[in-house]
Write a protein that binds this ligand. Structure first.
Ligand SMILES: Cc1ncc(COP(=O)(O)O)c(C=O)c1O
Length: 458
């Protein structure tokens, strides 16, 4: 995220009291600067940059701060609270492991883990047979990198080539950063793995009438120019299901053409579903939009409903490649996170939240497109699917991406009782819990429209 600091000086804002919002203090609220001050003394500054709201509690789609103000949440923290904040079923499941009592048992066997993994494999459906659990998303993408390479080695590939997509992002550990193409963020590494390649992303504004499949062809030609032989040098393609900052999906035929290349040349296809999984896009997993079948899927965020849980899912033949002890993690499969993960799946199913995300996603898009019609000179694109949408802003004079405007709109939304995701770029991302009511969703979008109008008029 580009550096951007929001002011901590409280300003008087109009008081708001609606069904879903309550702003009764200056914003940032009294006490906010003190908490920021304490944190800034003892915490790495890399953790900062979010909108200045001190979370006191959160329930379902509402966030409360330390002064009792109430926001409609359009962040789900960061696409984590798919089943709603402090979800009752998830809370009860966590509590039952504490009362049992057992909340840590390393990799020793445990029935809750067995129940969770059985349920997860059945939720994911074919071809997923086995899962490896971890805690952070970046560990899951690293594990997929390792599995793709181990698979390639087993098949006797000459090189360990992994193809990634420009500007996609996969986490903050070494391998994940090399697969990401944020050059600034990976400058600390000092070198790039010569077998991790990047091909261009088919942004809608770059296609210029070409099909996704044609666009991919250009990327494959770039690989060929580097002397890469698809069959002998490549083990995997790693795709972020959509590009995070702007919820930019690929054209379906781009991904289908990648799948074809993978099948023809014995290459594994992996999706990084960190943001896209567990109903977020109106499907169980986001890759379903492309009608392809991945070999590996990396999951996290919404998977745990708020506890640190991530994983990799795949065929048994791939998931069993590492020897005993070569792929495990101290906390990854503890009963507490497994109980929470199981409750998330039960909640998604019993409340039909995946279908609900698809239904509400249509409302969401229609409402945002109507805002775009109101501000055609300011809003360049509305992107996304289901309950993950992005609004991209441009400078009306130059038509260029307008990051500062997006930041000001995000801040104004916060002052009015709606919390969007501030990206530090020209986008605002909106990803409420899938449980949000239609009324609160539309109220939140109306606040976005008001905020755009006010900031544009200033
Ligand atoms: C697409 C994607 N991959 C990987 C990650 C890394 O996940 P974590 O922060 O849990 O390590 C993220 C987190 O934002 C992500 O959005």
């Amino acid at each position: 995220m580009a550096e951007h600091s929001f002011s901590l000086i409280p300003i008087d804002v109009p008081k708001i009291k609606s069904n879903h919002r309550s702003i009764q203090t200056a914003i940032p609220a009294p006490g906010t600067a003190e908490v920021f001050d304490r944190l800034s003394k003892v915490e790495s500054r890399s953790m900062h940059g979010q909108l200045p709201l001190v979370w006191e509690s959160a329930e379902d789609f509402s966030i409360y701060d330390i002064s009792g103000n109430k926001w409609i949440d359009f962040t789900s923290t960061i696409f984590v609270a798919n089943v709603g904040h402090s979800n009752r079923r998830v809370t009860a499941a966590i509590r039952s492991t504490l009362d049992h009592p057992l909340y840590s048992c390393y990799a020793y066997a445990n029935p809750v883990r067995a129940s969770y993994l059985e349920k997860l494999v059945s939720f994911a459906g074919k071809p997923f047979e086995k899962v490896f659990l971890l805690s952070a998303g970046t560990e899951a993408t690293e594990a997929a990198l390792k599995l793709m390479r181990m698979h390639g080695q087993k098949k006797g590939k000459r090189r360990r080539g992994i193809v990634c997509i420009e500007n996609n992002w996969h986490g903050r550990t070494l391998g994940a950063q090399m697969m990401s193409s944020n050059l600034e963020q990976r400058a600390w590494i000092g070198y790039q793995d010569a077998d991790i390649h990047h091909i261009p992303f088919p942004y809608p504004w770059r296609l210029e009438g070409r099909s996704g499949a044609d666009f991919l062809q250009r990327g494959l030609e770039q690989l060929a120019a580097k002397g890469i032989d698809l069959s002998r040098d490549l083990c995997g393609f790693m795709l972020e299901t959509f590009q995070g900052w702007g919820a930019v999906f690929y054209p379906k035929d781009f991904v289908q053409a990648i799948e074809k290349v993978c099948r023809e040349h014995g290459i594994l296809l992996a999706f990084d579903e960190m943001q896209a999984g567990f109903g977020r896009t109106g499907k169980k997993f986001g890759f379903e939009h492309y009608e392809v079948t991945p070999d590996l899927v990396c999951t996290g965020k919404g998977m745990g409903g708020g506890v640190p849980l991530s994983g990799v899912l795949g065929h048994a033949a791939i998931m069993d490649l590492p020897e005993v002890g070569n792929m495990s993690s101290t906390h990854s499969a503890n009963p507490l996170v497994c109980a929470a993960g199981l409750a998330v799946l039960e909640e998604l199913e019993s409340r039909n939240l995946v279908a609900e995300a698809e239904r509400k996603g249509k409302l969401f898009r229609e409402a945002l497109e109507s805002i775009q019609r109101q501000f055609p000179e300011r809003i360049s694109w509305i992107l996304g699917n289901g309950m993950i949408m992005a609004v991209l802003f441009q400078d009306p004079a130059t038509g260029k991406a307008d990051g500062p405007f997006a930041s000001r709109v995000a801040e104004r939304c916060m002052q009015k009782g709606v919390l969007p995701v501030h990206t530090g770029r020209e986008s605002i991302k909106l990803g409420p819990p899938l449980t949000i009511s239609d009324e609160a969703l539309l109220e939140g979008i109306a606040v976005l429209a008001e905020s755009i109008a006010e900031v544009a008029a200033e």
